[in-house]
Design a protein around this ligand. Structure first.
Ligand code: DX5
Ligand code: ZN
Length: 215
């Protein structure tokens, strides 16, 4: 069954702990944390301090999506704050293997993120070394954007690479995921779906999660 990773970007930050517990009780599998630096993307959001604060709130794995330039500078801080997964954008890494090794050196699972316009082929040299691929289906920076349908075949491409080279790879999709687009992602082989607005803009988060999961 596909895993669901609610993005707290669309949560009410004035009661973040409760918002996280609400999706945990609603059946979420991961908590997706969007870190933005105002450089790699136009927006500024969460730092290690918030990750540290929410760590004791939930038993769910914290899936930390770094949308920042030169992510190596902050990997130790996010690892110490309690991240379970750290994903970095291939577009932001000059020495990708070094960055992935650095993440793993802290015992944290490592993933690579691709913007919508970045081809799956960039994963070939790194796929055996990583735990997760995160495919963006919007250009990162904001919640509530429209799903870019032309990314769908890339999910299947990564799935084929995983079958060949890394059976344990999680294939995560992020951006504009809702009840309808979730189906398309699952069909192509996605194993984890991030959803921000489609979960947090709903009163009943359990129902929202179930709809995205397709049950
Ligand atoms: C976008 C972030 C996403 C965002 C998704 O830059 O990486 O995780 O929160 O939000 P929705 O699901 O509303 O598109
Ligand atoms: Zn994200």
């Amino acid at each position: 069954m596909v895993k669901i990773a609610p993005s707290i970007l669309s949560a009410n930050f004035a009661k973040l702990g409760e918002e996280i517990l609400d999706v945990e009780r609603g059946g979420a599998d991961f908590i997706h944390v969007d870190v933005m630096d105002g450089q790699f993307v136009p927006n500024i959001t969460i730092g290690p301090l918030i990750v540290e604060a929410i760590r004791p709130v939930t038993k769910l794995p914290l899936d930390v999506h770094l949308m920042i330039e030169q992510p190596d500078r902050y990997i130790e801080a996010f690892a110490n704050a309690g991240a379970d997964y750290i994903t970095v954008h291939v577009e932001a890494c000059t020495h990708l293997h070094r960055t992935i090794q650095l993440i793993k050196s802290y015992g944290v699972k490592a993933g690579v993120v691709l913007n919508p316009a970045t081809p799956a082929s960039v994963l070939q040299p790194i796929i055996e070394d990583i735990d997760m691929v995160l495919l963006m289906t919007v250009n990162p920076g904001f919640g509530g954007q429209k799903f870019i349908t032309s990314v769908l075949p890339k999910i299947a491409e990564v799935k084929a690479m995983a079958v060949r080279d890394n059976q344990d790879l999680e294939i995560e999709v992020d951006g504009g995921v809702n009840e309808e687009t979730a189906k398309l992602c699952i069909e192509q082989g996605a194993t984890v779906l991030v959803a921000g607005s489609a979960i947090y803009n709903q009163e009943d988060r359990r129902e929202a999660i179930q709809k995205i999961r397709g049950n």
